[in-house]
Design a protein around this ligand. Structure first.
Ligand code: URA
Length: 187
């Protein structure tokens, strides 16, 4: 028999109480995730930044504004998807997540994914992609192609923050979100 799903509100409370790694000491608050709990599409980013740590909501800074634009290219409103991150606490100075932090935090992401049970998981950037696809391949090689991980369709895309100052990545991101929109319509 499959494991029972943990209700999202229970998971949210577990995340808020978590002290499994030292990032807990530096946080203003945890950033659990946001959006439709029954979403067809779950978006997974890397980790909260300064604004997210202050507001407790993912992707509210510059990368978040751009993500909203990208979602609209796919024909999606932010309220229709569920957005979460690999890490639920902000790494100091927005440095990369460390392996031990990912190990400590991702049981929450795994449970979120089981509970939401989306059809598509869109992984933004290397950290989310490597975790979900259990691969060492980089995002440059994997983006824009549909993969399967268990029962989930996984579609890796560059992280929007990486594209803010790089026009070529912007083009790739916008093409990939347009492709996501077409896949959602066809399915
Ligand atoms: N970048 C991320 O990966 N996640 C956020 O929530 C904000 C910026």
């Amino acid at each position: 028999m499959s494991k029972p799903q943990i209700p999202l509100e229970e998971l949210r409370a577990q995340v808020a109480a978590c002290h499994a790694c030292p990032l807990a000491d530096g946080r203003t608050q945890t950033v659990f995730g946001d959006g439709d709990p029954h979403a067809r599409v779950m978006i997974i980013g890397e980790a909260p930044g300064k604004n997210e740590d202050l507001q407790g909501v993912p992707f509210v800074g510059a990368a978040g504004k751009y993500l909203d634009e990208l979602l609209s290219i796919a024909g999606l409103a932010r309220s229709e998807v569920f957005i979460a991150n690999v890490l639920k606490c902000r790494p100091p100075g927005n440095r990369d997540p460390q392996a031990e932090e990912i190990q400590a935090c991702t049981p929450f992401l795994r449970e979120q994914t089981r509970t939401i049970s989306p059809e598509y998981i869109v992984t933004l950037g290397n950290f989310a992609t490597k975790f979900v696809l259990k691969t060492d391949r980089g995002i440059t090689r994997l983006h824009g192609q549909l993969h399967q991980a268990g029962r989930f369709k996984v579609f890796p895309i560059f992280h929007p923050a990486a594209a803010l100052y790089d026009v070529r990545k912007r083009e790739a991101l916008e093409e990939d979100f347009a492709k996501l929109g077409r896949m959602l319509q066809d399915a």
